[in-house]
Structure formats: structure tokens, C-alpha cells
Design a protein around this ligand. Structure first.
Ligand SMILES: [Zn+2]
Ligand SMILES: [Zn+2]
Length: 264
């Protein structure tokens, strides 16, 4: 399984970082999209993602920087020849079905599922769901009400994704002992935060959960001004660490981790 980074940034426009977008690609080639932030679909061709390969689309909460390309995916499936042939499961937090219905009301038939039936699964704390080769478990994390983080098992490997979250026991449990923990790290240490992580609290979660590899992401522009890795190390985390950048591809479970940049 591979982790693909489509966007390692936030809602704030940044020259090098797009808004939230990630994907897990199984050995079979099937793709689980994690978040669908604005412009993240623009990254698909460079990373080899196609409508035929996308088996499921998950968003962790309904902040725009995580979900505004949902309509682009819904629309694209209908305009690309054969785009709607692969059945897609739409995964999200409580209220996700209503959110997608709202997009259909705004954009009309162009974003309706061609088959007439959209498969939507809402995940709350403790819920599990399997789609294709991906086995998901959700935990409610500390961000906005209903925000989830997920743990995904596939090809004998496990990845945890924080979504947006402050440090909390559910996030530690989600990341405990996984092959790769993809953790948001919104801010430098100098900016305290409870509903996001900064370099200090991300380090604390990493120390407690002890995953085999930590990948930090979701960097606000203020992170450009500091040595992010240096701050994480100063906070006591000494384990394997990668800082996400757009186009990064990580082979999950390889040791030492293989991280390659692709031009996207
Ligand atoms: Zn958010
Ligand atoms: Zn966010």
C-alpha cells in the first residue's frame, strides 16, 4: 500500500502546498481518497489516480479545505467516459449524506450518481466499514463536532489519519502501533492550540502512540518560518519522521521509509 500526498496545506493559498488531499493506493491499484480539498483533484494525473481507480472517497469533516472538491469528483465521474463505471462509496462524518444531497441541490443533475443510487456511509466513533481492500475504523477526534480520524488496514499494513484534531486519547488510540500515522501539524510550537496539533502536541501524540513512521502534514504558512522537524525533536520525539510535501509517495511499511517526490 502507498500513501500519496495530493495537498499538504490548508485553506490558505500557498505556492507549494495545496489544501488537504491524500490517497491510499492498495497493491491492487484501488484508491481510497482521504479528504478532497480544493484543487486536490488537480493532482490526480501526476500521481496516477483515475476515476476507474477510485473505490472510495472519505472526508473527515466538512471544513471547506477538506471537502470542496467532492462536487468536482461527483461531476467528473459523469463527464469522463466510463467515469461512473467504478462503484464508489462516499464516506464521511455524521451528516455526510445531507452534505452530498446539498451539493446535488446546488449543482443539479450534473453531479448526481449516474446509476441513480449513491452509496453513502456515515462514520461515528467506533464504527468500522470495509470497502474493497480497505478496512476502516473511525474515532471521533477533537476538532469540530463529529470530526473523525480513521485507521485503515490494507495489504497487511495499517495507516492512521488524524483528519484535523487536537491531542486527545482517541487520536492516540487511533495511531497506536500503526505502520504509518499521518498527523496534522497545523502550527509551530509558539502557537498553542487545542483543536489542532502544533509541533509540540504532535510530538506528544507520536511519543504516546509509537507508530513505526510519523508523517506530518496540514501545515499552515506559519510553519514555513520555523524548523518543524527541529521543534518536534526538541519536544522529545525521536522516532522515524517525514514532513509531507505535495507529490510525496510513501511505500507504507518499508523500513527505512521510502519517500519519493513525484512531479504533480
Ligand atoms: Zn478543520
Ligand atoms: Zn483543516
Amino acid at each position: 500500500m502507498q500513501l500519496l500526498v495530493l495537498g499538504s496545506g490548508t485553506a490558505i493559498p500557498h505556492e507549494m502546498r495545496g489544501a488537504s488531499g491524500y490517497a491510499l493506493r492498495a497493491d491492487s491499484g484501488e484508491v481510497l481518497l482521504l479528504e478532497c480539498g480544493p484543487g486536490s483533484t488537480r493532482r490526480w494525473p501526476g500521481l496516477g489516480i483515475t476515476f476507474a481507480s477510485v473505490r472510495a472517497v472519505l472526508v473527515t469533516h466538512h471544513h471547506v479545505d477538506h471537502c470542496s472538491d467532492l462536487a468536482a469528483v461527483m461531476f467528473g465521474r459523469n463527464v469522463v467516459e466510463g467515469g461512473a463505471d467504478t462503484p464508489v462509496t462516499w464516506l464521511g462524518p455524521r451528516g455526510h449524506a445531507r452534505h452530498l444531497e446539498g451539493l446535488e441541490r446546488v449543482y443539479g443533475s450534473s453531479v448526481r450518481e449516474a446509476s441513480g443510487e449513491r452509496v453513502v456511509v456515515e462514520l461515528a466513533d467506533g464504527d468500522a466499514h470495509r470497502v474493497g481492500p480497505f478496512e476502516l475504523q473511525a474515532r471521533e477526534v477533537l476538532h469540530v463536532e463529529g470530526s473523525i480520524g480513521v485507521r485503515v488496514r490494507c495489504d497487511g499494513r495499517t495507516v492512521a489519519f488524524s483528519g484535523d484534531s487536537g491531542a486527545c486519547p482517541a487520536l492516540v488510540a487511533l495511531c497506536r502501533g500503526v505502520d504509518l500515522a499521518l498527523l496534522e501539524c497545523s502550527y509551530p510550537a509558539a502557537r498553542p492550540t487545542t483543536r489542532h496539533l502544533n509541533t509540540t502536541t504532535a510530538a506528544r501524540v507520536a511519543i504516546e502512540a509509537a507508530p513505526s513512521l510519523v508523517v506530518l502534514t496540514h501545515f499552515y504558512p506559519s510553519c514555513d518560518d520555523v524548523d518543524v522537524e527541529g521543534e518536534v525533536r526538541a519536544a522529545g520525539y525521536n522516532g522515524p519522521l517525514l514532513l509531507a510535501r505535495d507529490g510525496l509517495v510513501v511505500e507504507v511499511g518499508t523500513s527505512p521509509p521510502v519517500g519519493q517526490e513525484r512531479r504533480v
